[in-house]
Design a protein around this ligand. Structure first.
Ligand code: ZN
Length: 288
């Protein structure tokens, strides 16, 4: 089992006692596609997966989900979260065993899901659909100081339901002068650069476990593409994700790192439970 950089009390201590500099923001990798964003004391979670629900569900089947990295924190310890986003309905991106405890300890939690998934997501959580906030691609919502815009994701097609809504999304989150893009699960689709180029992205969080030479798993960017997309979008820093959670669906960062170096793209490979901190702001699109 891969050890977390920080976990439990030590992680909470880092989150709560990070040096207070109101011009910077902080981002912790919680494993898989899960990240905690902190800006001026407010917290947003992207795609948290903080249980063993998939390992348990697939135990004794022919597709065991063997966990590779230890869990960094129990969800009920995160009682200071304002917003959670879910990019799509797969359990490592929408996990009732993570979300129910989060809802229980955060009374005003805004839980943002693709509108296409809102009814089914509510049923899985056993809450009324009105408890969830649905967004479709092209829509946005402001919660506290965060402006959250939904963009399409192609996992691995740009699916739309009968009403034309996207069940797979990414989110662009703006606060202060900063912009963060969490892509969800996506491949590189036509029009992606034009669409995302409208924002000046300081931090992009992109999967690297997708198809590539000799890779079995499809549906996501792989290392070279993630590096290239970040470079094409002119993002400040790119953080890779979606690896080292399950043995059957992982990747190494080797190609990603090599390509970032080659393209002169700033990147940061975190360990689970590790923090990335922005440069000082305010800047516009100039995060390190
Ligand atoms: Zn995924």
């Amino acid at each position: 089992m891969i050890k977390a950089h920080l976990k439990d009390e030590a992680l909470l201590d880092d989150i709560q006692n990070v040096p207070k500099d109101r011009s910077r923001f902080h981002c912790w990798w919680l494993g898989q596609s899960g990240f905690l964003l902190q800006w001026q004391g407010e917290h947003l979670l992207f795609d948290p997966y903080l249980s063993d629900s998939l390992t348990e569900k697939y135990r004794s089947t022919d597709k065991p989900h063997v966990r590779m990295t230890e869990r960094v924190i129990a969800p009920e310890r995160l009682d200071f979260v304002r917003i959670v986003t879910s990019s799509h309905n797969h359990t490592d991106h929408f996990d009732p065993d993570t979300l129910r405890p989060l809802l229980a300890v955060n009374r005003d939690l805004e839980l943002i899901v693709p509108e296409a998934n809102r009814e089914i997501a509510a049923a899985r959580l056993e809450v009324d659909p009105s408890r969830l906030r649905g967004l479709d691609a092209g829509q946005s919502v402001r919660v506290a100081d965060f402006e959250i815009a939904a963009v399409p994701a192609a996992h691995e097609f740009l699916d739309q339901d009968d009403a034309g809504r996207h069940p797979y999304l990414g989110y662009v989150v703006r606060f202060g002068n900063w912009t963060v893009y969490h892509s969800g699960d996506t491949i590189w689709y036509d029009g992606m650069e034009a669409l995302l180029g409208a924002w000046s992205i300081d931090l992009a969080i992109l999967p690297i476990n997708g198809r590539g030479p000799e890779r079995r798993v499809q549906g996501n960017l792989w290392g070279r593409e993630a590096a290239m997309l970040a470079k094409d979008l002119g993002v400040g820093t790119v953080i890779p994700c979606h690896y080292e959670m399950f043995e059957f669906n992982t990747a190494t960062t080797e190609v990603f790192v090599q390509k970032c170096e080659e393209y002169g793209q700033t990147y940061c490979c975190l360990r689970a439970g590790e923090r990335w901190t922005s440069s000082t702001g305010p800047v516009s699109g100039g995060g390190e």
